[in-house]
Design a protein around this ligand. Sequence first.
Ligand code: SRM
Ligand code: SF4
Length: 527
Amino acid sequence: KFHGTYLQDDRDLRPERRKKKLEQAYSFMVRVRVPGGVCTPAQWLALDRIATDYANGTLRLTTRQSFQLHGVIKSNLKRTMQAINENLLSTIAACGDVNRNVMCNPNPHQSEAHAEALALARAISDHLTPRTGAYHEIWLDGEKVVSSEAEEPIYGPHYLPRKFKIVVAVPPSNDVDVFAHDLGFIAIIGEAGRVVGWNVAVGGGMGMTHGEPETFPRTADVIGFCPPEQAVDVAEKVVLMQRDFGDRANRKHARLKYTIEDRGVDRFRTELEQRLGHALEPARPFRFESTGDRYGWTKDHRGDWHYTLFIENGRVRDTPDRPMKTGLAEIARIHVGDFRLTANQNLIIASIRPRHKPTIEKLLRQYGLTNDFTGLRLNAMACVALPTCGLALAESERYLPDLVTALDDVIESAGLRDDEIVIRMSGCPNGCSRPYLAEIGLVGRAPGRYNLYLGAAFDGSRLNKLYGKDLSHDEIVGALTPLIASYAKERADGERFGDFVIRKGHVAATASGADFHANLAPELSAA
Ligand code: SRM
Ligand code: SF4
């Protein structure tokens, strides 16, 4: 895992293979680390080829701005890792109890501040990448160094108690969901449009376990502000705090969010400041507007164009009406800018020179790569779940599109086609699609059964709350239909769906942390 791979098996094939007394159909998932989600067209093409030659022929864009390859069989694993590294990408620390891919707002050319955010994301990523030579020895046939292997300067001999996640956000966009992560930096932008420093947010996280209320999702606390030159050190010291104080006995209690809940935010900040050798300044005002992506064309201050493309659940593959994989490869062959993965599993074809725009527009049309969907679908996100994820309790990526199709009828007849409503589904409570920060969150309980959560804030600052338990497809549609219809008729000017269901008393507003479970009696229960 520390080298970016997971052993999986095809869960669709399990029953048949069991019957035939065959072992499971094993393969590997390989996760590529892409700090800030930026890659070149050449790297895109290389990954496209690797997916075709060694994996299941699809590319998966993840909720952390990375690529995943699924279905890599063991005899292709080393070749896959080598091909990824030959293209100047890596899989090191994409998984495991280390700092994971550092995310940031995906468009560094939008302004100076965005470029500074990417620079910080890369600096933190470099600083926290494990120094071990084992990765090179094992996968890249590096020379074996037995006794001179230096101890990891930050991680030490035992690494972290659990995974650790860092993001960099540039208001007003909260597209990285800054409150969902162990550590977040929020750009504070001065009058000249430059970053004057960063607010520091700690202790966010999504994962929980059904029926274990001592596990819960939590939104991060903003604990202060630091100037730009201190940010990498702040990141290091927060990681060291978690290394030293995180729970190493109980993995379900080992994320930074629990360290902070247990110690208290104020004590955590004081101890952090002791390690830093100075106090953090008071947090400065900021305002987020949304967590979603801005689709379609945008032009930056240099005159270059960027096209944000909706990719349903991040799965890049060819379908008869949307041959996306082929189309994006065609674009990559002529594109001289770069590709940027978003934290919402979408893609920005970025830095298109004005003279190349007509050609790219033509290719987008030719391959059906438009964004002509309802606001609900454009704000939908599902984790991978079945058939590859060993932890899935229910479908997610393969089911959410159908659920949205059913809800689209309700949305269209309520006149809400272009209204943005955030809907996210996870196949289990680990929350890989950050469902507890969705206005409509669905979390798998068992095959075909989901818990329905409502009422998160559109800007990503408030968790949702349990509304319905163990619901089937029909029950989910039945529960949401009247709510969507009354939202269309009774909402206040500019009121978001998540705020509306709270105002109407369908769910309570969740503070954070353990309060998430305070309303354990949902309004609805399965028949
Ligand atoms: Fe995740 C485990 C997929 C983002 C919380 N996640 C997994 C595994 C590796 C299952 C496993 O351990 O065997 C899933 C592999 C499925 C597959 O077949 O590919 C998996 N997680 C994903 C991805 C691919 C979802 C997606 O559809 O995009 C995302 C990959 C991110 C990346 O590129 O690095 C992904 N996972 C997340 C996020 C969202 C985020 O980070 O912004 C979360 C919630 C935030 C958080 O960490 O709190 C998340 N994944 C988890 C957890 C629960 C952690 C916890 O604290 O309880 C697990 C289970 C675990 O770690 O034990 C998990
Ligand atoms: Fe798997 Fe659960 Fe994550 Fe979905 S939320 S990918 S089912 S671990």
